[in-house]
Design a protein around this ligand. Structure first.
Ligand code: MOS
Length: 746
């Protein structure tokens, strides 16, 4: 079977035509009769109590159907906070229900909801709501929140405070070369093209349909059912297309609950489309981080100690840990002593959430800058330093990594980039008047495994429909799952229809943690095995079949569209003939959702290396990234085109992180001062060079039957460090707080 090749065929997106013609319907584009609109009022203080809310003027606006505040908001039932793991019952990063009391915990918190017949009426009425507060002094910084600091033992069931060996002694050893530096990353806000949004439609008082822009239809279903006291099957979530997500649509945010309750109270369907402005307070963000790295190495570059102290923020109404240390230093290099400390400070800012490689992304930025600084202290090539500390075994679990090909990634990346021509001296390379810098960094992201089930309907005309309640965030999942289905079922690519984005389908996990391809791919594999067995059962009972009276166990897929005796392929039968002779138009199977099998003898992690070039005008030091070479090792690459796009997307976001992206807050009010795409600078085409992506390794069949470890997030890890390291090489100026804007280089 072709499953042993590293790279699957380059297919164009199966949903490409629907997208470019506008036929693809995104959540808030669904048309629901008599749909009204929700508009929120947000708090302009960061902490305190609401003392009064004047809503009469709003209620008097023509078309207004309901004005909800904490005074008249119906109560939600308690829903699960976090039930992560293989099943995943849904996530609420913000654990307080909206409008549930008079408390204000962060600026921008929704304090009222207006529902009106038109969006203009709703917006106008919302502007007439008058809220009085008794403000209190908000905690807005780590320093201010020091007494509330928490050191969580675990994040998503994984220990995050790591103590291996004796770091303190190594860091005091005068014979070792040491560096210690602190790195800062700012708040980053998700800016997918499609903002979050929901249409809530009560079919009757016990039955709710939600068109929701989400990374987790089953999670939204579960949380809505439990918080509204409905039967699970009476809550339907529909989301066939997502216009980008990156983590901000992984949890259920307040607008979803408001739309559902607002619709219930108003008695009409309600649409709530989060504004770009409110994406900066209402759908999570990447927490700012402060990370102190202490490294000690022998003179030949062998690490003896790595200490990674990571400090991040959360909010008073939700616990979110951005595990910078454990998810980078905890897995990356071999060292006899490793210490990771993670501290979380609750501040009066909206709750952070997952953002592409949460933890790994800022964590690898700090670690990989520190490694560059150590390489310079050692007068060693940065690639050589990394090779000297390569970890064959997981540094803290002490089991071997499966199918790890990081050395090849460094080697191929260095070759393609021309790294051997690098002059290590600072400010030594030029292109005319421009300073040229070359930097590199390691990328890494874990292989997560969750559980899923898939349904397959195979028809006598050799076509198949495959269904799973999974998602395509714009990543190419429709295409990858069509490819996996075609290969596993033995049905031509053109004859497979893959359906996703509906809670009616068999369980699919959150489209997060880069798990979907491997997890849903495994479910498709399991369904294919069931399908071949079901066909075999028909064939062995059929005297006209070449497989008549054969033992079922001897039968498997032997070619596209055929099952046969695996050891004697002269005896086989086609799916179409088996179904026709049995008088069947179709056959249907469904795999079972069960907890993923754990292999504790190996560790599963993806790897990569980024090499990048920057050019900087010394008089106006604006950094231009001019070349990127990224080599990734993610097990099997299911889909050549979409995989390359994923890495390009990650690198592009990393360019934004390194150079331009920052959400800053007004220290007086706690409100973000940047709340639109004009001021929040994501990279444009002119900022992004050709990104040369390649893959190394082999399928990781020890991980799952698809051999794929997932690749949605690894592309963004390490890249900001590679850029920062290149900037240092070009300029001799080490910027340790992102983004590297021109003012910091002058
Ligand atoms: Mo991703 S940050 O796991 O949605």
């Amino acid at each position: 079977m072709s499953a042993t090749t590293l790279i699957g065929p380059a297919r164009s997106r199966v949903d490409g035509r629907l997208k470019v013609t506008g036929a693809a319907k995104y959540s808030v584009e669904f048309e629901v009769p008599k749909c009204a609109y929700g508009w929120t009022v947000e708090s302009n203080i960061a902490k305190g109590k609401i003392t009064a809310i004047e809503t009469k003027a709003a209620q008097a606006v023509p078309g207004v159907l309901a004005v909800l505040t904490h005074l008249n908001m119906p109560k939600f039932k308690e829903a699960p906070k976090k039930e992560g793991g293989g099943g995943g019952a849904g996530i609420r990063n913000e654990e307080r229900f909206p409008l549930s009391d008079d408390g204000v915990y962060y600026a921008g918190q929704y304090v009222a909801l207006v529902v009106a017949e038109t969006i203009e009426q709703a917006r106008h009425a919302a502007s007439l709501v008058r809220v009085s507060y008794a403000p209190e002094e908000p905690l807005l910084t780590m320093e201010a929140a020091v007494r509330k600091a928490d050191k969580p033992k675990k994040n998503n069931d994984t220990p995050v405070q790591i103590n291996k060996g004796d770091v303190a002694t190594a860091l005091k050893d005068a014979s070792l070369v040491k560096i210690e530096q602190t790195y800062i990353t700012p708040t980053e806000t998700h800016n997918p093209i499609e903002m979050s949004g929901t249409i809530a439609h009560w079919e009757d008082d016990q039955k709710l349909t939600l068109y929701d822009a989400t990374q987790f239809v089953k999670g939204v279903q579960n949380i809505l059912a439990r918080s509204l006291g409905l039967e699970l099957e009476n809550v339907r979530i529909i989301c066939p297309f997502v216009g980008g997500a990156f983590g901000c649509k992984g949890a259920v945010w307040m607008h979803v609950l408001l739309a559902a309750m607002g619709s219930k109270v108003a008695g009409v369907p309600v649409k709530m489309h989060v504004t770009r402005r409110n994406m900066f307070v209402g759908a999570g963000h990447r927490t700012p981080t402060r990370q102190t790295l202490s490294l000690a190495a022998t003179k030949d570059g062998k690490l003896q100690a790595i200490q990674h102290v990571s400090e991040t923020l959360t909010s008073p109404v939700g616990q979110f840990t951005e595990s910078c240390g454990s998810r980078s230093t905890g897995v990356m290099y071999e060292s006899p002593s490793i210490r990771v400390e993670e501290t979380v400070y609750p501040v009066n800012v909206s709750t952070p959430t997952f953002m592409r490689a949460p933890g790994e992304c800022p964590g690898t930025y700090a670690l990989e800058c520190a490694m560059d600084e150590l390489a310079i202290a050692l007068k060693m090539d940065p690639v050589a330093l990394r090779l000297a500390n390569h970890a064959d075994n997981h540094p803290t679990k002490n089991v071997p990594f499966s199918a790890k090909h990081l050395r090849e990634a460094y080697q191929l990346g260095a070759e393609k980039f021309g790294w051997s021509k690098r002059n290590p001296e600072l400010r030594s390379m030029r292109d005319g008047d421009l300073l040229v810098g070359w930097g590199m960094a390691t990328a890494t992201y874990p292989a997560h495994k969750m559980s899923a089930a898939a349904k397959v309907i195979l028809r006598a005309d050799n076509s198949a429909t495959v269904q799973c309640a999974t998602h395509d965030l714009g990543t190419g999942a429709y295409t990858a799952f069509t490819q996996i289905s075609s290969e596993q079922l033995g049905v031509p690519f053109e004859k497979v229809t893959f359906e996703l984005g509906k809670s009616d389908f068999p369980f699919g996990p959150v489209a997060g943690g880069s798990n979907s391809t491997g997890t849903v791919g495994t479910a498709i594999h399991e369904a294919a095995v069931l399908l071949h067995k079901a066909l075999a059962e028909l064939a062995v009972k059929d005297s006209k079949s070449p497989l008549y009276n054969t033992k079922i166990e001897e039968i498997g897929m032997v070619a596209e569209g055929r099952i046969g005796i695996v050891t004697d392929q002269t005896k086989s039968d086609s799916y179409a003939d088996i179904l026709k002779r049995a008088g069947r138009d179709s056959i249907e199977v469904q795999s079972e959702q069960k907890p993923p099998e754990e292999n504790k003898k190996q560790a599963f992690q993806s790897w990569g290396a980024h090499f990048c070039e920057v050019k900087i005008d010394p008089l106006l030091p604006r950094v231009q990234v001019t070349r990127v070479v990224s080599v990734m090792n993610c097990g099997r690459i299911v889909s050549a085109k979409t995989a390359r796009s994923q890495i390009m997307g990650g690198v592009t976001m990393g360019i934004g992180m390194a150079l331009t992206e920052e959400t800053s807050y007004d220290p007086a009010t706690g409100l973000p001062v940047i709340r639109n795409l004009a001021d929040y600078h994501v990279p444009t085409n002119a900022d992004v060079p050709e990104i040369d992506v390649s893959f190394v390794g082999e399928p990781d069949f020890a991980f799952n039957p698809i051999g794929a470890r997932g690749m949605g997030e690894i592309g963004i890890t390490g890249i900001a460090a590679a850029i920062a390291n290149a900037v240092y090489h070009a300029t001799g100026k080490r910027v340790r707080d992102l983004p590297i804007t021109p003012d910091k280089l002058i």
